[in-house]
Design a protein around this ligand. Structure first.
Ligand SMILES: [Zn+2]
Length: 256
């Protein structure tokens, strides 16, 4: 029998049974169990994990555990400075793109609003989300821990907040998105790029009053709808300004 000692840090504790949170505990492991097997057996999706130390050394997910090992597991968390240490992922995803599960339609729209390519369909079955994530190198956003345990999903975020605007703040902070946001680049419905059009071209495509008041128009090539900077746009602009101004490192350095 192999017994190892585990300690999970920061928000990874949310996934553990209550008595195991924020402390070291011993756990019997199956023979040949890897770090990933045990972490997931304890309830933590591997996609939430950024760094694993076994006896003080950084190891990969497939590291086999030995009797007496001390395993420290860290989340992706900007305020814990783990950058100098080797991480479990060989390479970060270069351009952040997302696929959101069926419960996150509101968040998907807000991410598109911020300019992040985000696939969403309330009929996507789990295997399709897994396939899209692998084929298009998309980060999976979900409120379903089981989904994040699927084999081929390498990058994922378990979304804790319930309201779409709070979810947007959460994802911006955890993934440090503020610097790469490009608001009003994508159609909220189609996830397709928006293009400016000549004002004259908009004349027959928008209500007359709108045409008279507005000077700038953009269109989506997929749904052909025309958008302008109306009151809805102004509210979205305020939200975007607030999210992108909120520093990603506002959390103080905390060690638990
Ligand atoms: Zn569209």
């Amino acid at each position: 029998m192999v017994t190892a000692t585990f300690r999970f840090y920061e928000e990874l504790n949310d996934f553990l049974a209550r008595p195991l949170r924020r402390r070291a505990f011993s756990c019997a492991c199956a023979r040949n169990a890897t770090a990933k097997h045990m972490i997931e057996a304890l309830g933590v999706p591997h996609t939430e994990v950024e760094l694993i130390l076994v006896n003080g050394e950084s190891v990969g997910f497939e590291h086999p555990l030995a009797d007496g090992d001390r395993v420290a597991v860290y989340p992706k968390f900007e305020a814990l400075d783990i950058r100098p240490l080797l991480r479990v992922r060989a390479a970060p995803l270069r351009e952040l793109r997302f696929v959101a599960d069926a419960h996150l339609g509101g968040l998907a729209q807000l991410l598109r609003l911020a300019g992040f390519d985000t696939l969403y369909d309330n009929n996507f079955p789990d295997p399709e989300i897994e396939a899209l994530a692998a084929a298009e190198h998309r980060v999976v956003l979900t409120r379903d821990r089981e989904l994040l345990k699927r084999r081929t999903i390498t990058h994922g975020c378990y979304v804790r907040a319930l309201k779409p605007s709070a979810q947007l703040y959460e994802i911006f902070e955890r993934l440090d998105l503020a610097a790469s946001a490009r608001p009003f680049r994508l159609c909220l419905t189609c996830n397709a790029p928006l293009h400016p059009i000549e004002r004259g071209e908009a004349r027959t495509r928008v209500p007359e009053g709108v045409f008279e008041r507005q000077t700038r128009f953009v269109t989506c090539d997929v749904c052909q709808r025309v958008f302008w900077e109306g009151s809805h746009w102004q509210r979205m602009r305020a939200l975007m300004d607030h999210v992108t101004r909120t520093a990603p490192h506002i959390r103080t350095q905390t060690q638990t």
